[in-house]
Design a binder for this molecule. Structure first.
Ligand SMILES: O=C(O)C1=C[C@@H](OP(=O)(O)O)[C@@H](O)[C@H](O)C1
Ligand SMILES: C=C(OP(=O)(O)O)C(=O)O
Length: 445
C-alpha cells in the first residue's frame, strides 16, 4: 500500500435513501490483461478506462521493468508500447506485486516462456497465498522455480524460451491459473489446451482473440476446452475497459438494503462469467434492471438500475460460484439483511483470497450481531428480514479490500457504526469507493 502508512479506520452511515447515478472504475481483471497483452504486441496499444488501482499499477510497473512502456497520457488514456512475444527483458530488481494475486500469477505465466529470471515479492497477505497452482503447470512447460515454503512468495523463477506446449486439466476453478498457462503458451510452439470443468471468467480468451491470437473454445463432455496456437504475433489494439462488476457490487447491495434507495450504475460489465451476483440477488428478490445492454470492446455491458428491495434467504447454487467468486463477502451482507436463512457452499477458494474470506466474514458479521455458522466450504447466514443489525463493532479488514468495503456497506444498515479498522486496502481495486458512496448520500467518518 502506498497511501497513508498508518491504519485508516472507516465507517459509513446514511440517514436518507441512496439516490443517484454513478460509474465505477474500470474492470480490474480486464485492466491487468490489457497491460500485459499490450506489452506483448508490437507497437502501441491504447487503453481507455484502465483501473488505476494499486493492483493494476503493480502490473504496469512490472511490464515497464521488463522492457515495455506503459504510461498514462494527459488525455486520461494509457499507452502501452509492446516488445513482441518473446521480447520481454530481464527485470533488474524484484517485481513487487503488492496485494495482487492476478498480477503475480498471470505475470508468472508470461515469464515462464521467456529466457529471463524474475523474483516476485508481495505484501503480507499475498505472501500467504498459494502459488503451487501455477508453479505446477508452468514447470511442465519448462519453467524452473525456487519458492518459499508451501509454494509461496517470495519466489524466483527462470523461464524457458520457447516453452513446451501443454494439455492441462485445471485442478481448481481458477481463471488465474487458466490465464497463466494461456499467456505462457504464446511463446510455445504448437497448440496448448486448457480444460476447465467449470467455466471461469473468460476475459483472457476474449482479449487474446482481439489481439490476433488463434483461440478456440469448445464445450465438451469433459468441460470447456480452450485451445491456443503458440508462437503468436499480437497486433496492438485500442481497448475500452468496462466498469468492474465486482466494484459495482458494493453500491448495488447498498442500494438494496437502504430503504427507499434508487441507484443507476452506468457502464458495468455483465459478462456471464462474472454476473453470478446479479443472478443470486435476483433469486433473493432484488430489483435489478439491466438497461441499455450493449457490447463494448468485445465485452457485454449494461447500466444497472437497483432499487431497495425486501430480500429473502436462498440456497446459493454452488455452480455459480466461479461467476461471483469475489462477490461472496458482499452477498453475505445482503443475506444478513434478508428474511430467512442463506446457505452458500462450494466456496473453498474463498479461504485463499486476500484473506480467508469465510472466517473473516463470519467473525465480522458475528461481531455486528448477525447469527452465522461457518462451514468448511461456505457460510450460513441468518437474516433479520430488513431489521437493522446492532453494529457497534470494529471489524478487521485483514489487508482485504473486499472485506473492508463489505463491512463499510453493512454500516449503512446498522443501528450503531460499523468501523472498518483499516480502509487502505480499498485502494487496490476501488480507489473512489468512499467518494462514490458519498455522492449517493452516504456519510463517511
Ligand atoms: O483472473 C482474474 O482476473 C481473477 C480471477 C479470480 O481468481 P482465481 O482465478 O484465483 O479464482 C478472482 O478471484 C480475482 O479477483 C481475479
Ligand atoms: C481475489 C482478488 O484479487 P487477486 O487475486 O488479484 O488478489 C479480488 O480482487 O477479490
Amino acid at each position: 500500500m502506498t497511501a497513508a502508512s498508518q491504519p485508516l479506520p472507516l465507517s459509513l452511515n446514511v440517514s436518507t435513501p441512496l439516490i443517484g447515478t454513478v460509474r465505477v472504475p474500470g474492470d480490474k481483471s480486464i485492466s491487468h490483461r490489457a497491460l500485459m497483452l499490450g506489452a506483448l504486441a508490437v507497437g502501441e496499444s491504447v487503453i481507455e478506462g484502465l483501473l488505476e488501482g494499486e493492483d493494476v499499477l503493480a502490473t504496469a510497473a512490472a511490464m515497464r521493468a521488463m522492457g515495455a512502456s506503459a504510461e498514462r497520457t494527459g488525455d486520461g488514456l494509457w499507452r502501452v508500447n509492446g516488445v513482441g512475444v518473446g521480447g520481454l527483458l530481464q527485470p533488474q530488481t524484484a517485481l513487487d506485486m503488492g496485494n495482487s494475486g492476478t498480477s503475480t500469477r498471470l505475470l508468472m505465466g508470461l515469464v515462464a516462456s521467456h529466457a529471463i529470471t524474475a523474483t516476485f515479492t508481495g505484501d503480507a497477505s499475498l505472501s500467504k497465498r498459494p502459488m503451487g497452482r501455477v508453479i505446477d503447470p508452468l514447470s511442465l512447460m519448462g519453467a524452473r522455480f525456487e519458492a518459499s515454503p508451501g509454494g509461496r512468495l517470495p519466489l524466483t523463477m527462470a523461464g524457458l524460451c520457447p516453452a513446451v506446449p501443454l494439455r492441462y486439466v485445471l485442478p481448481v476453478a481458477s481463471a488465474q491459473v487458466k490465464s497463466a498457462v494461456l499467456l505462457a503458451s504464446l511463446n510455445a510452439p504448437g497448440v496448448t489446451m486448457v480444460i476447465e470443468k467449470t467455466p471461469t471468467r473468460d476475459h483472457s480468451e476474449r482479449m487474446l482473440t482481439g489481439f490476433g491470437a488463434q483461440v478456440t473454445v469448445e464445450d465438451a463432455p469433459e468441460g470447456r476446452i480452450i485451445s491456443i496456437r503458440g508462437e503468436a504475433e499480437l497486433k496492438p489494439q485500442a481497448i475500452i475497459v468496462p466498469g468492474d462488476p465486482s466494484s459495482a457490487a458494493f453500491p448495488m447491495v447498498a442500494a438494496l438494503i437502504v430503504p427507499g434507495s434508487d441507484v443507476l450504475i452506468e457502464n458495468v460489465g455483465v459478462n456471464p462469467t462474472r454476473a453470478g451476483l446479479i443472478q443470486a440477488l435476483r433469486m433473493m428478490g432484488a430489483s435489478i434492471e439491466l438497461l441499455n445492454e450493449r457490447e463494448v470492446g468485445g465485452e457485454p455491458v449494461a447500466d444497472l438500475r437497483v432499487r431497495a428491495s425486501a430480500l429473502s434467504g436462498i440456497e446459493v447454487p454452488p455452480e455459480i460460484a466461479p461467476s461471483m467468486i469475489d462477490e461472496y463477502p458482499i452477498l453475505f451482507v445482503a443475506a444478513a439483511l434478508a428474511g430467512g436463512t442463506t446457505v452458500a457452499r462450494g466456496l473453498g477458494e474463498l479461504r485463499v483470497k486476500e484473506s480467508d474470506r469465510i472466517t473473516v466474514m463470519a467473525e465480522g458479521l458475528r461481531a455486528c450481531g448477525v447469527r452465522v455458522e461457518e462451514l468448511e466450504d461456505g457460510l450460513v447466514v441468518h437474516g433479520t428480514g430488513g431489521e437493522r443489525r446492532a453494529g457497534g463493532a470494529t471489524v478487521a479488514s485483514h489487508l482485504d479490500h473486499r472485506i473492508a468495503m463489505s463491512f463499510a456497506v453493512l454500516g449503512l444498515a446498522a443501528h450503531r457504526p460499523v468501523i472498518v479498522d483499516d480502509a487502505r486496502p480499498i485502494a487496490t481495486s476501488f480507489p473512489s469507493f468512499v467518494p462514490l458512496m458519498e455522492s449517493l448520500g452516504a456519510e463517511s467518518r
